[in-house]
Design a protein around this ligand. Structure first.
Ligand code: TYD
Length: 205
């Protein structure tokens, strides 16, 4: 059975809403679910998150940023993901390694390969069983964030061209890992997005 599922997408792709709903429905069906997120997900990992996303840390070096995401991922794996999988639970994770490949590797231009290497070191090559990438046009995604009144962080403040690059990065990463990553069209109504994702997930459980 496939039990480690990550969700990826640019800002305002709707993935957090999808995970919340999916987790509730799967719970009701009797599945044992752990819902978690990156960066963060456990005490120390959340402390690292605060450093990465603080809006006044505008001069953070890109490689420092990549290492901090990786450090936070390591702690989250050890504290939450691995124990949950050992207890046969299903893990729904809001962002994982592909965020680093798309944001730091591609959009920050550190190189997908190089950022994968940093992450391979902290994960021992461990990857999700399935990754859902919700592909959304950044202009639509950013509009959704604004209308939700969500707290704005350092990465949200990047120009639209950065978010467009992140999207291209995700599409590159999805090509590299086409067996693991499923692309879902996120430019639709949240209901349609949710139903498609639920079908994909139910089919592998
Ligand atoms: P968050 O508020 O969790 O974003 P969202 O609600 O869009 O998931 O903030 C996480 C930010 O960090 C987001 O802009 C994506 C970015 N990020 C990376 O750049 N690299 C990573 O490895 C991860 C996990 C996130």
């Amino acid at each position: 059975m496939k039990r480690f599922i990550s969700f990826e997408g640019g800002e305002g792709s709707g993935k957090t809403t999808v995970i919340e709903r999916l987790s509730n429905e799967l719970n009701q069906l009797g599945y044992n679910i752990v819902k978690t997120r990156e960066p963060g997900g456990s005490k120390i990992a959340e402390q690292i998150r605060d450093v990465i996303l603080a809006i006044d840390n505008t001069n953070m070096d890109f490689l420092t940023e990549a290492y901090l995401y990786a450090a936070s991922r390591r702690q989250h794996l050890v504290d939450i993901i691995i124990p949950a999988l050992n207890e046969e639970k299903i893990v729904l994770c809001d962002r994982f390694i592909d965020s680093s490949l798309a944001y730091q590797g591609y959009a920050r231009e550190l190189g997908i390969e190089k950022v994968y290497k940093i992450n391979e070191f902290v994960t021992n090559g461990f990857l999700p069983d399935l990754t859902i990438y919700i592909d959304v046009d950044p202009s639509i995604g950013l509009k959704r964030i604004k209308s939700n009144n969500r707290k704005v962080d350092r990465l949200d403040m990047e120009a639209i061209t950065f978010h467009q690059k992140v999207r291209q990065g995700y599409l590159e990463v999805a090509k590299l890992y086409s067996n693991r990553i499923r692309i879902v069209d996120g430019n639709r109504d949240i209901e349609e997005i949710y139903n498609e994702i639920k079908n994909i997930v139910m089919a592998i459980l």
